[in-house]
Design a protein around this ligand. Structure first.
Ligand code: ARG
Length: 580
């Protein structure tokens, strides 16, 4: 059923496919026509200019001959060679209208299911047990979830891997503190979500009390040795923390569930075999008593080779060994070919080294590949790392609660007709949406400033602006009691209608670009352009008051805009209330 698979609806690509053969004939070699949206016409190709030198002919002559040969009559109402040799293309209203009609009957809105579905592991969120989630975990959680949603929608098999920090030396002191406090007491304390005070109490004792330090050290040994009581206490910590994280994910509308926890501890049994295999492959070198691999791509500032330590001098395994075991598991057992690591940019170096070692060991070979989906920090209004008044990192729940409270208040004042329950629901959708969108709409490689005014504003490139555009369209249909007829003929006589149509048919191209780049600000920017084009259209073109057949055509444009906004925001993990 083609409607389940979706129809590719990429005008740029359609035009490229028509110009490419003509260019190649003229040039005698394959040529990419580089078709782009343009101010001068609808689309433009500048390829003749670059080609001129290569084949020694004037660019205008090339462009003219290309246009004589290219079969574009069904797509373009006008073509011309302009300036030094640009090709300008004006899309025919019929062709554009035909694409809009195809979109209207396509449940996938012009976004086909991938022709090459893969198993993709998305490693994201990954907080640490018995520690509060803070703002630093927000980008990983939000970007990772958008990646999982988008790739899944494109038909990939997505494995969500929440690489929980649930193992290592800090657990000695945490378990020892837990034993001191008593299981029942501690369970109580931890279920209130006050993970940080528990952690700090343990830390304070550890720093001040020599005997406690010694007990903690022995506790680590007991934990690694599989001591039953120790494991029970450890499980209590993990289980309470997981419950807390799930509550945060729920508040954040993040799709991670209890089944997606694949903590560091789950790789314990694989660490020995991983290091043994590295040894067998002759990749291990001893350095200061530790077992290391020296990947070819890593040198320090002084040109010295940098080691990846896979077994420490005390015989313990650490973070790098766990990540190697995870790669081997993901490609070997899960059959994944795309491994995504949505982790802050400070860990870039770590991952480069881990990938390089995994490649040497044969655990990461084409078509399998790994990508570090890095991101910058969230800054406060002062341009520094966001901190609480006490100078600590800001708890994620505190931030989310504030967002929801602010947005609920705004919802009440903007629309007094909303009942209390609906205002609360809108406040939640808008507050959480605003926080997520602020992360997703900026280039993830950069730091960005958390600015409440800006991100909650109904103007500009914000979630509330897009949500408002959506609810406004829905209210047109609700108030008039009409629905759009997907089979209506499409008329695009007004420039504002044409401009909106071009945005609508561009959804597929944007989604497939983001599938590759995981740069969600391109999708956000697209949705913003779409909503802006809709506003201009709605200002200039009456919908309900228009005569048929224009009225039906405009209703289709309205409905499609709402559907694309809704789907696009859904991929970003943002809700679209029907009323605001
Ligand atoms: N728990 C780690 C941290 O808080 C992040 C883990 C990222 N994922 C991984 N596979 N190493 O820094």
């Amino acid at each position: 059923d083609p409607s389940e698979i979706g129809v590719p609806m990429d005008l740029e690509k359609l035009l490229t496919d028509r110009l490419a053969p003509a260019f190649s004939t003229v040039a005698g070699v394959p040529v990419d026509p580089v078709v782009r949206r343009s101010q001068r016409a609808d689309f433009q190709s500048d390829a003749a200019l670059a080609l001129a030198r290569r084949i020694g002919r004037p660019p205008r002559a090339i462009a003219t001959e290309v246009l004589e040969r290219a079969q574009v009559a069904d797509l373009c109402s006008a073509t011309e060679v302009s300036g030094p040799g640009f090709i300008n293309l004006t899309v025919a209203e019929r062709a554009l209208g035909g694409l809009v009609s195809a979109l209207a009957t396509d449940p996938r809105l012009g976004v086909p299911v991938s022709a090459h579905p893969e198993t993709v592991v998305v490693d994201y969120s990954a907080p640490n047990v018995a520690k509060e989630m803070h703002v630093g975990h927000l980008p990983s959680t939000v970007i990772g979830d958008a990646a999982a949603r988008l790739l899944e929608w494109l038909g990939h098999r997505v494995v969500r891997a929440n690489h929980l920090g649930d193992w290592g030396t800090p657990f000695g002191m945490l378990i020892e503190h837990l034993a001191d406090v008593g299981e029942a007491e501690a369970a109580q304390e931890l279920s209130m979500g006050d993970l940080d005070s528990f952690y700090k109490a343990a830390r304070t004792k550890f720093d001040a009390d020599e005997a406690f330090r010694e007990r903690s050290r022995l506790r680590v040994v007991a934990l690694q040795g599989g001591d039953e009581r120790t494991l029970r206490l450890w499980r209590l910590l993990v289980e309470r923390s997981e419950r807390y994280f799930l509550a945060v994910y729920d508040l954040l509308d993040v799709t991670l569930t209890g089944r997606d926890f694949h903590g560091e501890s789950s790789y314990n049994d694989l660490l020995g075999p991983v290091v043994a295999e590295l040894d067998r492959l002759g990749l291990l070198r001893e350095s200061d008593g530790a077992s290391c691999v020296f990947p070819p791509n890593s040198v320090g500032r002084d040109g010295e080779p940098l080691p990846l330590i896979v077994r420490k001098s005390d015989g313990g395994y650490g973070y790098p060994a766990t990540d190697l075991a995870a790669i081997r598991h993901r490609t070997g057992e899960l059959g994944a070919t795309r491994l995504l690591y949505v982790v802050g940019s400070p860990q870039r170096r770590h991952f480069e080294m881990v990938y390089a070692v995994a490649e040497l060991a044969g655990w990461l070979v084409p078509p399998a590949r790994a990508e570090h989906v890095g991101f910058g920090s969230i800054l406060g209004a002062d341009g520094r790392m966001l901190r609480s008044r006490a100078g600590e990192s800001v708890k994620l729940v505190a931030l989310l609660d504030e967002a929801v409270a602010r947005a609920t208040q705004l919802a009440r004042s903007r629309n007094p007709e909303l009942g209390e329950a609906e205002a609360a629901e809108v406040g939640r959708a808008v507050g959480i949406g605003a926080i997520k969108y602020a992360d997703l709409s900026t280039d993830r490689h950069r730091d960005h400033v958390l600015d409440w005014e800006r991100m909650l504003s109904l103007d500009g490139n914000t979630a509330p602006y897009l949500q408002y555009a959506y609810s406004r369209i829905r209210s047109i249909f609700r108030r008039a009691g009409v629905t759009a007829r997907p089979d209506a003929g499409i008329s695009l006589a007004e420039p504002a209608e044409r401009a909106l149509a071009f945005e609508l048919v561009g959804f597929g191209a944007v989604v497939s670009e983001v599938e590759r780049s995981l740069e969600f600000h391109h999708l956000a920017g697209y949705l913003h352009r779409l909503a802006t084009a809709f506003s201009a259209f709605y200002e200039r073109c009456p919908v309900l008051r228009a005569d048929e057949p224009v009225r039906d055509s405009r209703l289709v444009l309205c409905d499609l805009t709402a559907r694309v906004l809704r789907q696009g925001l859904h991929l970003l993990g943002i809700r679209t209330p029907e009323r605001m």
